[in-house]
Structure formats: structure tokens, C-alpha cells
Design a protein around this ligand. Structure first.
Ligand code: AMP
Ligand code: GLY
Length: 425
């Protein structure tokens, strides 16, 4: 099979790395890819916004399957444009991608199919939203309806903070049209976990669970980021809870979307809060998580390309997907200023010293004069796999110690919550 990965970040580097190992894959392309992805894939410089250009290229090149990494081209309809040319695409259609593209769509779907999530109301009028905030009290959560690069959520600790967030979204338009409609929802208390699943329209095969670390500083302090590290599996999601997530969340959502005439195909990402009342949905994403992918896919046994192709054909089976009996830890190295800004051009040293049993996924690097330099907020994700989480964490940090760039930022407690669960067992 010839497979093209769409995107150029750490998630896409991981997808390309894993697909390149698939026995059924003869060649991996990346559109647009990155300098690091060029080591394992043929990079083709077509912008992600050029949906037709991507489809035309894939058809001309005889690509058997496109695997779409980021949410933006999915919500813009890349899958539909490619399918119209007879191409197989792993990733939902524009209609189905609304599960991430519109929080109101997702909330209404969950409401209709009785999926556990925070109580909510949606608004197009700021005054009505503020009145609801005063009725409900704080803490309370304000969300822009549309995509906002992971920044459209404010967990307000006071009513004043909630009102400020509503004004910023609806009056000052800090997220543009995405904030024209908002969701105000109950603040859920608990530990978060991510459960991603392969879905072929009707059949669902969950992946191994994972946990992201969204805040920039240790102990979940400081502003939200795209994710500073992840580990898998996440013991907070016990086998019993995972079954509950399957029965009460994944199954009703996938069958609900089929019933609505927009069957879901691709990776469905359920962001969960494990509350005292059971697992509830924080959000859905219509794609793989970043950096969850960097921890989850190294644990996959089986042929990723075949699994994905089966999703596109409606022929996914449970026995195609197996997991290593091991843990993985991915620690992200971010550049100076992240998440408020980022710093480009800092030379990265030590990549050649990384152990052969660890793997470095590039999120934001460029190649300059024969060396890699920083080229974004999140720069690298260093993943190690080991029999236990404790060993995976130690190995990941031992390799991080070998890598250096000016202004580098890491969290020192990736996986610590997982270790605490194992210690309590
Ligand atoms: P999202 O972009 O929807 O994943 O939200 C970003 C982060 O905000 C989540 O990872 C949670 O930590 C937090 N969050 C979102 N919704 C809620 C909620 N209803 N209750 C508590 N925390 C939330
Ligand atoms: N790790 C969170 C996300 O991919 O949205």
C-alpha cells in the first residue's frame, strides 16, 4: 500500500513512523510533512488548506490511503473531497468531524443519546449567558463553540472570571467566529484520561488508554498547553471503567452518528473526566491526540495500515488490534516562551546520543546547516517503552538528559499520577 500522512507535527511523525513499520506498506508520503518526517517518508509540499490539491496529488500518485492528522482539514471536508475522487481516507467526513468542530453539536448529540457529560446550555447572546452563569454560580466552564486551537475553554473559578471569558469570546471575538456561539457548562471534578478508538462507521475498537498533561508546569500548574507529555496505559481507567466508557459513551455516540446519517469513521478521541459519578465526556476530538499518539502507537502490535484501511472499508475486527503488555511514556520538550509564544532557531544537540530503544518524535523542528533547530512551541516528544510505567518514565527522562537546546522546557512529573494509582493497587 502507498499511504500518505496529512500534517507535519509530532502526532503525524508518530503515525508515519508506525505506518512505515506496517508489513503492508510499501511507501509512506507526508503532506506537507517535516524535515524529520523526510527521514522516513516522501514529503510533498502542498498546504493543508488546499484540499483539492491534496486529493488531486493523491489520485495522480496512486495513493491507496490518506491518514489525516489534524482536525482543521477534517472539519473543512478533506475526507469528502478525497472520497469524491474515489480515494480511501482514514478520518471522518466534514459532517462527522463536527463532533470536534462544534461543541454545541457534540453536546446536543450527547444529550440526545444519553451520553454522560457536564450539564450545559448554549448561547448566542452574551447577556443570556451571563444570566445563566449567575444562576449556576462558580466554578463554571465557558467554551467557544468552534475550533480554537485548544485554547477556547476557560474553567472559571468565579462568576467575574466567567463573565470576562464570555466578553472576550462574544464581544472581543478573541477566537473570531468560533466564539460567536458558546457553551456554558458544569465544572466536573475528577482525574482526566483519554480513550481513543478505531471506528469503521459502526464497529469500534478502543485503543490502550492514555493520560495527557495539559498544564505547562509540574503538578498541573500554569497555563494550558497543547500537551506536555503523555503515558499509556492510564491505570485510572480500570478495565471496569473502560467497559463503562465503551457502553455508555463510545457505543451510543457511534450508533447515534450512524442514525443521524453521518457515520463516524477514523479515530474517535474521547476526553474523559473520571468523576465520583463515573466517567463523563469533557470533549470529543475527531482525530488522534497529540501527545497521546506518541505514547499509544508505540504499544500497538499489528499492522496499523491494515487496521486503518479496514476502518475506511467498514471491515474493522477486534482481532486486528493488539497491545504490548508494557507501558510507554512520552515527555515533551518545549521551546522558550511556550505556551504564550515560541522560539525558533535554537540548535538541538544530543539527538545522536539517544538510546536505540527510545524514540524521538519531532513536533516543531526544522533542519538548518545539517542540524535540527527549534521551530515551534512543542519541539520534541521523547518516548520510551518498558515493562512498567516506572521504567518507561525513567528511560524517557534519561534520554531527555542527553538532548539540549537553549530555553528548553519540560515537565518533571509526566506519569506521576499513573504511578500513584499503581502504588495504591
Ligand atoms: P477541552 O479543550 O474541551 O479539552 O478543555 C480543555 C481542558 O479544560 C480540559 O482538558 C479540562 O481540563 C478542562 N475542562 C473542560 N471542560 C471541563 C468541565 N466541564 N469541567 C472541568 N474541566 C473542564
Ligand atoms: N492532547 C489533547 C489533544 O490532542 O487535543
Amino acid at each position: 500500500m502507498k499511504v500518505a500522512v496529512i500534517g507535519g507535527g509530532g502526532r503525524e511523525h508518530t503515525l508515519a513512523w508506525k505506518l512505515a513499520q506496517s508489513p503492508s506498506v510499501e511507501k509512506v508520503y507526508a503532506i506537507p510533512g517535516s524535515a524529520a518526517m523526510a527521514e522516513i517518508a516522501s514529503c510533498v509540499d502542498i498546504p493543508l488548506s488546499d484540499l483539492q490539491g491534496i486529493a488531486d496529488y493523491a489520485a495522480k500518485e496512486g495513493i491507496d490511503m490518506l491518514v489525516v492528522g489534524p482536525e482543521v482539514p477534517l472539519t473543512e471536508g478533506l475526507t469528502d473531497v478525497c472520497q469524491a475522487k474515489g480515494l480511501a481516507v482514514f478520518g471522518p467526513t466534514k459532517a462527522a468531524a463536527q463532533i470536534e468542530g462544534s461543541k454545541i453539536f457534540a453536546k446536543n448529540l450527547m444529550h440526545k443519546y444519553n451520553v454522560p457529560t457536564a450539564a450545559y446550555a448554549s448561547f448566542t447572546d452574551g447577556d443570556a449567558a451571563k444570566q445563566y452563569v449567575h444562576q449556576q454560580g462558580a466554578p463554571i466552564v465557558i467554551k467557544a463553540d468552534g475550533l480554537a486551537a485548544g485554547k477556547g475553554v476557560v474553567v472559571a473559578q468565579s462568576e467575574a472570571e466567567a463573565v470576562e471569558a464570555i466578553d472576550a469570546m462574544m464581544e472581543d471575538h478573541i477566537f473570531g467566529a468560533s466564539g460567536g456561539r458558546i457553551v456554558v457548562e458544569e465544572c466536573m471534578i475528577g482525574e482526566e484520561a483519554s480513550l481513543l478508538a478505531f471506528v469503521d462507521g459502526t464497529h469500534i475498537v478502543p485503543m490502550i488508554s492514555a493520560q495527557d498533561h495539559k498544564r505547562i508546569f509540574d503538578h498541573d500548574k500554569g497555563p494550558n498547553t497543547g500537551g506536555m507529555g503523555a503515558y499509556a496505559p492510564a491505570p485510572v481507567l480500570t478495565a471496569t471503567l473502560q467497559q463503562e466508557v465503551f457502553d455508555t459513551i463510545l457505543e451510543p455516540v457511534v450508533s447515534g452518528m450512524a442514525a443521524e446519517g453521518m457515520p463516524y469513521q477514523g479515530c474517535l478521541y474521547a476526553g474523559l473526566m473520571i468523576t465520583g459519578g463515573g466517567p463523563k465526556v469533557v470533549e470529543f476530538n475527531c482525530r488522534f491526540g497529540d501527545p497521546e499518539t506518541q505514547a499509544v502507537l508505540p504499544l500497538l502490535e499489528g499492522d496499523l495500515a491494515q487496521i486503518m484501511y479496514a476502518c475506511t472499508q467498514g471491515t474493522l475486527r477486534d482481532d486486528m488490534v493488539q497491545w504490548k503488555d508494557a507501558s510507554a511514556c512520552c515527555v515533551v520538550m518545549a521551546s522558550k516562551g511556550y505556551p504564550a509564544s515560541s522560539h525558533k532557531g535554537d540548535v538541538i544537540t544530543g539527538l545522536d546520543k539517544v538510546d536505540t530503544d527510545a524514540v524521538v518524535f519531532h513536533s516543531g523542528t526544522a533542519s538548518k546547516d545539517g542540524a535540527y533547530v527549534t521551530d515551534g512551541g512543542r519541539v520534541l516528544g521523547v518516548t520510551a517503552v518498558a515493562p512498567t510505567l516506572e521504567e518507561a518514565i525513567a528511560k524517557s527522562y534519561a534520554n531527555i538528559d542527553k538532548i539540549h537546546f537553549d530555553g528548553q522546557q519540560i515537565r518533571h512529573d509526566i506519569g506521576a499520577k499513573g504511578l500513584r494509582h499503581y502504588q495504591q493497587q
